[in-house]
Design a protein around this ligand. Structure first.
Ligand SMILES: Cc1cc2nc3c(=O)[nH]c(=O)nc-3n(C[C@H](O)[C@H](O)[C@H](O)COP(=O)(O)OP(=O)(O)OC[C@H]3O[C@@H](n4cnc5c(N)ncnc54)[C@H](O)[C@@H]3O)c2cc1C
Length: 400
């Protein structure tokens, strides 16, 4: 069927590109403030609800989802973790969050479950999410009527908006639509990646284990009482075919070894993948009437478990600024969005970089560097002040 442009186009107050956590939560928060939005997404509903990514929610993210009325299933099915374990030199040290942060903790609840809850809430409220759109483009960004044009179900559609939210992740189209002279990008690419597996097995631990080892970093995480998530530091250019199951288990056992009687529960590996590690920030997070949020504006290595949480924090600030604009015409909060969001972003960038640097083996690692890492880990394990720094960043600094 030939494409056709819909006559007259469609109008909405906020056009949102991307139905990840940032786009869906923004649409939901705006709805709670009576602000109409349309979300466009390049993938199918089934696909976004099945993509396994993050799993650690900061206290502030949990509170935000609860107060927005989308936390009911999370509270029922998620797992509150009150600490993490650091394992190095074959010994394990626990960082206790509540005693170090005035009672705060984290929730382990998978990102795709958050997505399912948000999609269900938006659709139940009559919200508009257009799945499987193609060739989205944004333009007229520096006018009062920015537009999104895209293909959907065989037609070319145009959405005229008051504002556009670029929530389309790191590889999306909104950030590159900002003229290069108007964006300043900061990047660090790490010389390693994470080999991640999903395993059918009972949990090996009640809380996440972050392991520093001469052979490289390892992480024991969980998704449910039946499904476990395990990661190994690897070469970012490595290939899955180089990692038969036996090699994965050998490596995990070696890196997680301890004389403390702990055992890693093995099981059927049903998913394998390699993710690259990168730190990235674009400044500012606004151009004209386009506002960037989430991974579209910044990336952190997953060691600090901050990506999803930053996306939630961004859209909380953005939704409040848009609500202030629509209730009083006041643009001050919108003008301050980028600076306010970036303050939190850079804190999370630093924390994620610090955790990554402390726990991974670097190609050029000398015995000197290795000793420095061990000294820092000893310091975290023995100093309340240093442990508190880790804990308060991990559970997330207060949103306001
Ligand atoms: C393996 C892994 C583990 C992680 N672990 C954690 C963790 O424990 N804790 C944590 O906080 N974070 C973690 N993260 C990071 C977290 O998953 C991301 O930061 C989070 O998904 C960001 O949400 P977002 O909505 O900004 O972007 P995304 O989730 O990337 O969503 C963007 C959406 O936009 C859509 N899109 C892209 N281009 C277009 C287009 N042109 N048109 C229309 N739609 C488009 C995409 O299909 C996608 O659905 C992890 C990430 C990975 C990969």
């Amino acid at each position: 069927m030939p494409d056709r442009v819909l006559g007259g186009g469609v109008k909405t107050r906020v056009g949102i590109v991307g139905a990840g956590p940032a786009g869906l939560l923004l649409s939901h928060l705006l709805h709670l403030d009576g602000i109409d939005s349309v979300v466009i997404e390049s993938r199918s509903r089934q696909e976004i609800e099945a993509t396994i990514r993050a799993g650690v929610l900061e206290q502030g993210t949990v509170d935000l989802l609860k107060s927005a009325g989308v936390g009911e299933r999370m509270q029922r099915e998620g797992f509150v973790h009150e600490g993490i374990y650091l394992r190095f030199g074959g010994r394990t040290h626990r960082i206790d969050f509540p005693s170090l942060t005035g009672g705060r903790s984290i929730m382990v609840y998978a990102q795709h479950e958050v997505i399912k809850d948000l999609v269900a809430a938006r659709l139940a409220a009559g919200g508009k999410i257009l799945f499987e759109v193609k060739d989205a483009a944004v333009y007229d960004l520096d006018t009062q009527a920015p537009k999104i044009r895209f293909h959907h179900q065989g037609t070319v559609q145009e959405l005229e908006c008051d504002f556009i939210a670029g929530c389309d992740g790191f590889h999306g189209i909104t950030r590159p639509s900002i003229p290069s002279r108007a964006r300043h990008e900061f990047t660090r690419v790490y010389p390693f990646g994470w080999f991640g597996i999903l395993v059918e097995a009972p949990p090996s631990t009640d809380e996440l284990i972050y392991a520093h080892h001469e052979r490289g970093f390892a992480l024991v995480s969980t998704r449910s009482p039946q499904i476990q998530r395990l990661y190994l530091q690897c070469d970012p250019d490595d290939e899955l075919r180089n990692w038969p199951d036996s090699r994965i288990w050998d490596e995990l056992h070696a890196r997680l070894a301890t004389g403390e009687g702990w055992k890693l529960a093995e099981g059927r590996i049903f998913q394998k993948g390699i993710i690259a590690m990168r730190s990235f920030v674009v400044e500012p997070m606004r151009y004209g009437r386009l506002f960037l949020a989430g991974d579209a504006a910044h990336i952190v290595p997953p060691t600090g478990a901050k990506g999803l949480n930053l996306a939630a924090a961004d859209v909380r600030v953005l939704s409040k600024a848009l609500a202030a604009f629509y209730s009083s015409g006041d643009e001050e909060a919108l003008k301050g969005y980028s600076a306010k969001a970036l303050k939190r972003v850079w804190r999370a960038e630093h924390f994620s970089w610090w955790m990554t640097s402390m726990l991974h083996r670097f190609h050029d690692e000398s015995a000197f560097h290795h000793r420095l890492q061990l000294s820092e880990l000893e310091y975290v394990a023995s100093s309340r002040a240093k442990a508190q720094t880790l804990a308060e960043n991990y559970v997330g600094l207060p949103l306001d």
